[in-house]
Structure formats: C-alpha cells, structure tokens
Design a protein around this ligand. Structure first.
Ligand SMILES: [Fe+2]
Length: 163
C-alpha cells in the first residue's frame, strides 16, 4: 500500500459520483489504505499545492496492480482548485471523468466543463490541461501506443491565467 495526501478527497468524491460510478467511488474510499497510489510528478514540477491534491491508482499497466505492457488504465484524483497545466505524451489517452465540473482543454482550444461519463480522447502528443473548480475530480484513464510510464512533457504553468 502507498497512500497519498489526495486520498482525503475520496469522501467527497464518493458523495459526488453519479449512481453508476458510486459503487466504484465508495470502494476506493473504503479501501484507499490498501492500494498502491502513485504520482508521476514531484513538488519540483508543480509545487506542494498540486502534489498534495494529485495522485493516481494504476489498475493495470507497467506500474499497475496487474501487469500489462500494452495498455495502462487506472484512476486519477485531483483536489479542488487545482490546475494540471498543458502537457503532452506519446501515448494516446482516453479520460472518462466520474465526477463532473472539471474544465478540460485540448490543443489550442479553451477550457470546457465536462460532466461525469463524457469520453475525452487525447491523440498522441496533443497538448491537454485540466482545472478543477470547487469540487474534486475522479477520472478513469486509459493509455496505449507509447511508453506507458513516461513522464509528460509540460508546456503550461500551474498559475491560473486568462483563457
Ligand atoms: Fe494525459
């Protein structure tokens, strides 16, 4: 097990999750202390405010509870008022937010609020960013077609700008 500071968000996430995601959110909340949570970034990348409000659980993949060299998937947590700045990676990626209200941006587009259950696809090397509002985010992620444990190339900043 490897707990992280962001796991405190799971109580609120379990309240927010819609009915079809609530069993999973509750399971994560109840069993949070038994799972191996991880972070790709450190405080040097995005600061302590980000690191204390960010983490993932890789269910399968090269770092996963179940080993898979071709596809990685798991769950991402972001606390409220967090900016995950513009970044990109070789692997293509699908996100499905399981809580709504987070703003997502892709390429040169603006931020758009996405609801729980939407499917968000990022093609290989396409820049993307997220920012949460007053509520935390839980999102399912799937990666394939690139190094599955690669650190993203960061081009944005955690400082909130106008967009
Ligand atoms: Fe990504």
């Amino acid at each position: 097990p490897h707990p992280l500071a962001c796991l405190r968000q799971l109580d609120r996430i379990a309240e927010l999750a819609p009915a079809n995601a609530k069993p999973l959110a509750r399971l994560l909340a109840e069993r949070r202390g038994e799972l191996r949570w991880g972070q790709t970034y450190s405080e040097a990348d995005f600061g302590k405010g980000f690191i204390d409000n960010y983490g993932w659980l890789e269910v399968f993949g090269t770092r996963g509870h179940f080993v898979n060299d071709e596809v990685a998937a798991g769950l991402l947590i972001l606390g409220p008022d967090v900016v995950y700045p513009d970044h990109h990676h070789v692997a293509e990626e699908i996100y499905i937010p399981l809580t709504g209200g987070t703003e997502w941006r892709m390429g040169e587009g603006g931020f758009r609020t996405r609801e729980a259950g939407e499917v968000i696809h990022h093609a290989s090397d396409v820049s993307h960013a997220m920012r949460t509002g007053k509520e935390p985010l839980l999102a399912l992620y799937i990666w394939r077609g690139g190094p599955l444990a690669a650190k993203s190339t960061i081009t944005g900043t955690t400082v909130q700008g106008k967009d």
